[in-house]
Ligand binder design. Structure first.
Ligand code: AMP
Length: 173
């Protein structure tokens, strides 16, 4: 399957979770074995050959492919989660939402100083979430080598917020 065929496996849900948002539903891609494998392979192509110690995946849709990429790269996997979910001591980063703030957490021993980190999430919209996750990685003195997404909503210019990190996405809308 070609990279440009993958977008047809993503379902658009208008006004979810609130009015005015066109939600990109990945479950239709995940449940198709051929599309699921092809999406994993395309994500892997974007980072193949890079030296990566840890893949960081953002709750919760960043876990699906984040863990698969970690396996392919022979790297460890680290979950970034919403507050109160991780059982051990955490570091936190807050970021701005359309209305108010949100917080992300990571275990304080998840990354060691100087480790090479790939950040992965399912979708890049405004870039606020991924940017906060990059700050968490840097709080632990990790180096963000690359930021990878399955889907990018280019009209929201999230890439600008992620400068100067190296960013890739498989599917653009
Ligand atoms: P942002 O911080 O604006 O880049 O938003 C990215 C995060 O919100 C990701 O974890 C996505 O899973 C989720 N997200 C934002 N917009 C959408 C959308 N239109 N469809 C699906 N997920 C979205």
């Amino acid at each position: 399957m070609q990279r440009n065929q993958l977008s047809s496996y993503i379902r658009n849900i208008p006004d979810f979770p609130k009015s005015g948002i066109m939600f990109k539903d990945l479950t239709t891609l995940l449940q198709d074995p051929v599309a699921f494998k092809a999406a994993t392979e395309e994500l892997y192509k974007d980072v193949k050959g890079k030296r990566i110690d840890k893949v960081v995946g953002i709750e919760s849709r960043g876990f699906f492919f984040g863990a698969l990429l970690a396996d392919k790269l022979s790297a460890g996997f680290v979950p970034v989660r919403k507050p109160g979910k991780l059982p051990y001591k955490t570091v936190q980063a807050s970021y701005k939402l359309e209305y108010g703030m949100d917080i992300l957490e990571m275990h304080e021993d998840a990354i060691r100083e100087g480790e090479l980190v790939l950040l992965h999430d399912d979708l890049l919209a405004t870039g606020g979430t991924a940017n906060a996750a990059c700050k968490l990685i840097e709080k632990l003195k990790g180096n963000v080598v690359h930021v990878s997404f399955l889907v990018e909503l280019t009209y929201l210019y999230g890439r600008d917020k992620l400068r100067p990190y190296e960013v890739s996405s498989v599917i653009q809308f």
